[in-house]
Ligand binder design. Structure first.
Ligand code: KG4
Ligand code: ZN
Length: 341
């Protein structure tokens, strides 16, 4: 089954074509340039940009896959969670396409897309596995027993890991989005230069908290100012280390508790070089297999949505033209949200 996937939940307009053989095209139009001057995603600007870009992005995905619309056999679209105005652009577009062409339609949970991103290249991971999904909006640990069978093991009580990176970057006067900038600066820094708190790490549970870390950075900057050169690299490396340390320790603990020998990482923060290195090393040390998606499949893309949607379409799942969108939604239930009035 050839499936067209559409993703517009935040600030990337994306379309991809996936079939039984894998990813045939994967187009992402980033809006980073539009939001950078505001230091974060402005929902109204995002929806308007999605509206302008969705048509060209879908056409490019079909062209790069070497097919016409007539060859598409199903449409998958992110319907939750995300920015409502942004989600509506993708969902409305997908519905129109499905209606006009008489194609089956399925709404996909954005986090299911992230969770399945490691399936896009390098062979499918075996179930069961523990998944650490770390993005700008979400940070959670799941146990996956099969497609659509996900159980939450832990999640953040406040900020997401990506948010912790982005807020720190803003505080340090670094450009948006901050995660990748901190990652780059940290490469030349000493991760032990400043001791930042490891939120909830001693509590034994699998939930996360990153708001205390953000406050610790703010206090550090108030006392010492924003350093330059090596001092800035050390500060970034130390801050990053606090996030990575907590993510790695909790993920290992989750695998141990679940009695599962396989770990997969996904979401934008899974592109972080230090997290990848640390998880790889820890996995080896504990005899666990650790799968990391390619960097471009960690951040938002439509290939992961097409893949997750294709699993559901092949399994017979269909949504009607009353498919709605939702800003929040639990992955565990993983059902399409109710229609928006
Ligand atoms: O998955 P994603 O593209 O969008 C959401 O669903 O949120 O994740 C975006 C997040 C941002 O917070 C961004 O700063 C972070 O992922 N990110 C990184 C890196 N690349 C992206 N964080 C740390 N290191 C990176 N290399
Ligand atoms: Zn995402």
């Amino acid at each position: 089954m050839i499936v067209l996937g559409i993703e517009s939940s935040c600030d990337e307009t994306a379309a991809a074509v996936v079939d039984g053989g894998g990813v045939r095209s994967d187009v992402v139009s980033s809006q980073v340039d539009l939001h950078a001057r505001w230091g974060g995603v402005v929902p109204e600007i995002a929806s308007r940009a999605h509206l302008d870009r969705i048509g060209p992005v879908v056409r490019q995905a079909l062209r790069e896959a070497g097919i016409g619309l007539g060859s598409v056999e199903g449409v998958a679209v992110t319907c939750a969670p995300g920015l409502v105005g942004s989600l509506l652009v993708g969902v409305s577009y997908a519905k129109s396409l499905a209606f006009v062409r008489g194609l089956p339609l399925v709404g996909v949970h954005h986090l299911e897309g992230h969770l399945l991103a490691p399936f896009l290249s390098g062979g499918a991971p075996e179930f069961p596995f523990v998944a650490l999904v770390v993005s700008g909006g979400h940070t959670a640990l799941y146990r996956a027993d099969g497609f659509g069978e996900y159980r939450t093991l832990g999640e953040t009580r406040d900020d997401a890991a990506g948010e912790a990176f982005d807020k720190a970057a803003k505080l340090l006067g670094l450009p948006y989005p901050g995660g990748v900038v901190i990652d780059r600066l940290a490469r030349g820094g000493d991760p032990a230069a400043v001791r930042f708190p490891r939120g909830m790490v001693g509590k034994g549970g699998l939930d996360f908290s990153f708001s205390g870390l953000k406050t610790a950075l703010l206090q550090h900057v108030r006392t010492h100012g924003i350093p330059e050169g090596q001092g800035l690299a050390d500060l970034c490396a130390s801050y990053q280390e606090a996030i990575v340390d907590v993510l790695a320790r909790k993920t290992l603990k989750a695998a141990e508790r679940a009695g599962v020998g396989r770990i997969v990482l996904s979401g934008g923060v899974a592109a972080n070089s230090r997290l990848r290195e640390r998880m790889g090393r820890d996995g080896e040390r504990h005899g666990l297999s650790v799968r990391l998606p390619e960097g471009r499949h960690c951040t938002d893309n439509a290939a992961m949505i097409a893949y997750a949607g294709r699993q559901r379409l092949v399994g017979g799942e269909r949504h009607g033209l009353d498919l709605g969108v939702a800003s929040t939604s639990s992955l565990e239930r993983s059902i399409a949200p109710p229609p928006v009035a």
